[in-house]
Design a protein around this ligand. Structure first.
Ligand code: PAF
Length: 284
């Protein structure tokens, strides 16, 4: 596995590979890799000649009171996991290499508010601006044909797909299925903040989403009441709910009885971490 830290050198190497006619699949990450990330890497390997993984904890997408400094950094573990999967390139850019003028003076790229001001965007102002900006920079450095993102961050995947479409970037963006712990908890780098007891309790987030899905599939389309009920249950289970929404899968606007492609999306704090999860629901 080639390990590159210099952004310019790395971009030259990627351009050379493209000139040789190689296809490149890219998995951007912030490290602390778990089975969810590794499943995306396996998808990438099956889809292109060259697999590139980046690890960069992007300061631009963290709010002032969020966990940028505390975010788990486990480089040597991550590196051996990627070596085991025979990844071709690991890109480890520096903050200076990415934001040479400083992150606050950098050009930014934003997707339209109608997608970014809802759900996670409502409680994390500026988060998606940080994501679309870094993903653009990484796309320009990696020059991928294919880029793969996990569906746990469903809104992020949608925002990136929209950006790629609107800016006509010649990249195919693919979503990878959520990978879960045995108890149903969606894998996340932030699960490491949970105590053993909280990890058991955290399974209730998934369980509440699934119970709501079953009610919808059984024909209940009183979404405001399903939402109220789910929030009440989560509160009883010890969660501090940020949001629990039933929305249209492509616009993220609240679903109504005409909606067929739904997304149940939730974010809630349990102890220290804010957990997110979602479920796509298709109605006939
Ligand atoms: O999903 C993530 O880990 C990050 O938001 C990403 C896409 C790597 C951008 O920093």
């Amino acid at each position: 596995m080639h390990i590159c830290t210099d952004s310019k050198d790395f971009q030259q190497q990627m351009l050379a590979l493209r000139q040789q006619g190689k296809t490149i699949a890219f998995v951007p990450t912030m490290g602390n890799l778990h089975e969810g990330h590794l499943s995306l890497v396996k998808m990438a390997k099956a889809k292109a000649d060259i697999t590139v993984v980046s690890i960069f904890v992007n300061p631009l997408q963290f709010g002032p009171n969020e966990d940028f400094s505390a975010y788990p950094r486990t480089l040597s573990d991550d590196q051996s996991k990627l070596e085991t999967l025979a990844v071709d390139y690991l890109f480890l850019p520096t903050i200076e290499g990415i934001y040479p003028r400083g992150k606050d003076l950098h050009t930014s790229v934003s997707a339209h508010d109608s997608l970014t001001n809802k759900l996670c965007g409502a409680s994390r102002p500026g988060h998606f601006l940080g994501v679309t900006t870094i993903v653009n920079i990484l796309f320009n450095l990696v020059q991928p044909h294919i880029a793969i993102f996990g569906k746990k961050d469903f809104q992020q995947l949608l925002v990136i797909k929209r950006m790629v479409e609107d800016l006509r970037l010649p990249i195919e963006v693919i979503g990878g299925a959520i990978v879960r712990e045995k108890n149903g908890l969606a894998m996340s780098s932030r699960n490491g903040y949970l105590t053993a007891l909280e990890k058991d309790q955290a399974a209730h987030l998934r369980a509440t989403i699934i119970a709501t899905q079953k009610q919808i599939e059984a024909g209940d389309d009183d979404y405001p009441s399903l939402i109220r009920n789910a929030k009440k249950l989560l509160k009883q289970d010890g969660f501090n709910v940020d949001y629990f929404e039933i929305v249209d899968q492509t616009t993220l606007a609240p679903a109504d009885s005409n909606s067929k492609q739904l997304l149940i999306a939730a974010a809630a704090w349990l102890g220290q971490p804010r957990l997110i999860d979602n479920q796509e629901v298709t109605l006939q």
